[in-house]
Design a protein around this ligand. Sequence first.
Ligand code: AP5
Length: 213
Amino acid sequence: MKIVMLGAPGAGKGTQAKKIAAKYGIPHISTGDIFRANLKAQTELGMKAKEYMDKGLLVPDSLTLELIMDRFKNDDCKNGYVLDGFPRTIPQAEALTEALKNNNDSLDYAIDVDVPDDFIIDRMAGRRACLDCGGTFHVVFNAPKQEGICDLCGGKLVLRNDDKPETVKLRLNVYHEQTQPLIDYYKGQKLLKSVDGTKNVDEVFDSILQILA
Ligand code: AP5
């Protein structure tokens, strides 16, 4: 199964993508997590990506495409994947369609987690992320068992640099300009499914399971 998760920053794509990946035994591939891991390891890619991420801008398509096409070569992608944060521009979506087509393959679903902008600002202020394993929590809606500590790996939970309210507003603008057009792109390919992302995490997941059933 090959799934693309769509939605604004903070809509809950990552939260749901991890649950889908666990349920179906497919990898969860988040370009944001890959960039952050590179940043932590201070690789050249990470340092380049940081320039854009901290400002709430998208990393250029050329860098992102190189990274993701390389990731698809891993053995764990044989039975599919759930993509979170990729594609994010029309050129990225076209490159993905083309790469799949070259292997006589195609996506199964593009799932849009629909959440209005007002909800997003509140959610992001309360998000805490683990920079060691990519785990994501929320101080109110999905609190870790021990404050400030990742339930999954024991790493330290932090407020991401790009989750500060002024950067979130910028990211939302970038989303509406560059990523939202993908909704029509996938509607045109008859792959689009939408779920109401304002419901709680389990209810959103139930809606997704009904689509995938
Ligand atoms: P990335 O890491 O992909 O960030 P994003 O798309 O902005 O998405 P987020 O991770 O912020 O949010 P999410 O929708 O996954 O929400 P989450 O599940 O955490 O990208 C970061 C940056 O990297 C980009 O800005 C860009 O610079 C760069 N980048 C990445 N990919 C790129 C690409 N393809 N091209 C170019 N540049 C790229 O949930 C948010 C919070 O809400 C959490 O605290 C969670 O616990 C909580 N929550 C989730 N669901 C619910 C719910 N139903 N109810 C209540 N709370 C909930």
